[in-house]
Each structure stands twice: as C-alpha cells, then as structure tokens.
Write a protein that binds this ligand. Sequence first.
Ligand SMILES: [Zn+2]
Ligand SMILES: [Zn+2]
Length: 232
Amino acid sequence: MKLYYDLHIHSALSPCGDEDMTPNNIVNMACLLGLDLIAVTDHNTAENVRAVCNAAEGKIKVVPGIEVTTAEEVHTLCYFPSVEAAEDMSGFLKKNMQGIKNRPEIFGRQLLMNSNDEIVGEEENLLISAVNLDIYEVCGATKERDGLFVPAHIDKSSYSVLANLGFLPPDLEADALEITAQNMEKYKEHYNQFTIFTSSDAHYLGDISEKSAYLDDKSKISQKIVEFLCKF
Ligand SMILES: [Zn+2]
Ligand SMILES: [Zn+2]
C-alpha cells in the first residue's frame, strides 16, 4: 500500500504563509489532492498544530511538526509523536528566541487559529528568525521528545545544512533528509544511506504536493520512521 504524503506545510502562523493557509483549507486541499499524510511545520512554533489536527479528525492523518531555524540559520524539520510533544518543544523554542518582534507590515501577520479557522490571536515574536540553539541542541531537544529530526531542503542554496555548514556533520543524528523534487536525482545517490523525503514546503494552498511522493513497503525507509508515521 502506498501512503502519499506532504510533510512540509506552513500555516498562516508562519509570516511568509498565506492567510488562506487555515486549518480547514490545508486539510481540505490535502484531501482533494488525495494525500494520506501531511505535516504542519510552521517556523519555530507548533501553536497552530492542534487546530489543524482537530480539523483533520476523520479526514486525513496529520504529523505534528515544526521547522526550526537553528542558530546557524539552518532549517530543520522536527516531527513529534503527539500534539503535546510538539507544543512542549514549541514552548522550549519560545524560551530560546532572540526577542525580535514581528513587523506584520513587512513580514506578514502570524495568525493563531482554532479548528473553525477563526483567528484567536497573533504571535508577537518574529518566527522566521533563528533561535538561540545550535543544530545539535535542536536535534537533541527533538529526540528528548521522541521526535524525528530531518534537516530541511538540504539542496537549497540558503537556510540549509549544506549551504550554511558546508557539509552534513557525520555526528548529527538525522533520521532522514529532505531534498527538493527538482534536485532529487542529483543528490539522492550521495545520501542513499538516509531515508529521503521530498515535500512541498507549501506557503500557499496551490503549492501543496500533488499525489506523488509516497511511502510504501518497498521504499528505502528505516523501520523507525515507518513505525513513527504509522501511529498517526
Ligand atoms: Zn525552510
Ligand atoms: Zn518551510
């Protein structure tokens, strides 16, 4: 059986996320596209994850996630086994932010929503700035909460482990790597010891993945990841 996924989607809480990226719009678009499994991965926060999970109840599986910007400005995807674990990480990140406030007129609003798509608040801290935690600390904090740690879009020329550090540190305990679809062929052989994800990094509804990337019994996915994803 194939499980079609998109494990990198931003909601309207990310300043760069379109305001139409509401919990129900994300869920309904993913269902229309025929996906089985999605993850909400806002920058440095999980505060809209619960609303998306509630909106998705009985419709589609949702993995609670966060795209953390490490102190080195490397984007890393952190996936958690429960909403509570993701929210706990979110609280930890909040304590380790630089204290830069959002300027909505420049960066966009950061909308907190409930599962009826109602705006219940706005996040004040600028979520796209780096947290005061290095990549090892973010990885460690994710694992402490039984999460999966996945360096994001490693092939991109900015905000990626390869662009910012120059290499993938061999002692970094990455559970998988994310590579964008356009560079998959170029990179996948080099990193073939890893599980590789490719997701949309959608900031607009129209960017959410078509039914293309999937997990199945035959794909090269570690048992740990299969077990993690099958729980949802
Ligand atoms: Zn990113
Ligand atoms: Zn992203």
